[in-house]
Design a protein around this ligand. Structure first.
Ligand code: VGL
Ligand code: ZN
Length: 198
């Protein structure tokens, strides 16, 4: 069994959103087209409380892009984004959400960030995605979405660690590239870990 994992295709990650990924809107039609070809489609949803520790607004004197330590881990600070029950946290307008079988929210714990759709950044708590896929007999996943150099990368790497055969649908991903080359390096990191780049 094969599944499509859509990573964080949410309004705040589109141009005009709170944490815009350049050309992020271009993945919507790619996702809509691909979903019909999969027996199982799951989506991750960045879903933060208002006071999430990854928000620069929660740290006096800090601004987005600054680094801190959060839960003992290096953490980049972000603008407030994907706040629970706000429009920015909703799936991208135009995404065919009826074709998504199950949604896995992540990033709810204010004390730790969660880039991967499988685990928080400290690998402390699972979202349930791995068990869900195992329960459905999934051996193989295709991953696409936002952003290449953060949530897509960590989702693909965790999927490999979980023993799944993982393909990155590169045309269906867009990245932040906070430092030029971040996306290229992310793709090389995924390839080195055993992800097939399609
Ligand atoms: C993401 C930064 C912060 C992502 C989520 O979806 O890649 N990036 N939260
Ligand atoms: Zn986030």
């Amino acid at each position: 069994m094969n599944a499509l994992i859509l990573v964080d295709i949410q309004n705040d990650f589109l141009p005009g959103g709170a944490l815009p990924v350049p050309r992020g809107h271009e993945v919507i039609e790619i996702a809509n087209h691909l979903m019909s070809q999969y027996p199982l489609v799951v989506a991750t949803q960045d879903w933060h409380p208002l006071d999430h520790g990854s928000f620069a607004s929660q740290h006096t004197g800090k601004k987005p892009g600054d680094m801190i330590t959060l839960a003992g881990l290096p953490q980049i600070l972000w603008p407030d984004h994907c706040v629970q029950n706000t429009g920015g946290a909703l799936f991208a307008t135009g995404l065919n959400t009826r074709a998504i079988h199950r949604v896995f929210p992540k990033g709810q714990d204010p004390t730790i960030d969660s880039y991967s759709g499988f685990f928080d950044n400290g690998h402390r708590r699972s979202t349930g995605l791995a068990d869900f896929l195992r329960g459905r007999g999934v051996r193989e996943v295709q991953v696409m979405g936002l952003a290449t150099d953060y949530c897509v990368k960590f989702t693909a790497l965790d999927a490999v660690k979980d023993g799944l055969a993982v393909t990155l649908i590169q045309s269906g991903c867009r990245g932040v590239d906070l430092n030029p080359g971040d996306c290229t390096r992310a793709i090389e990191e995924m390839r080195a870990a055993g992800v097939t780049i399609a």
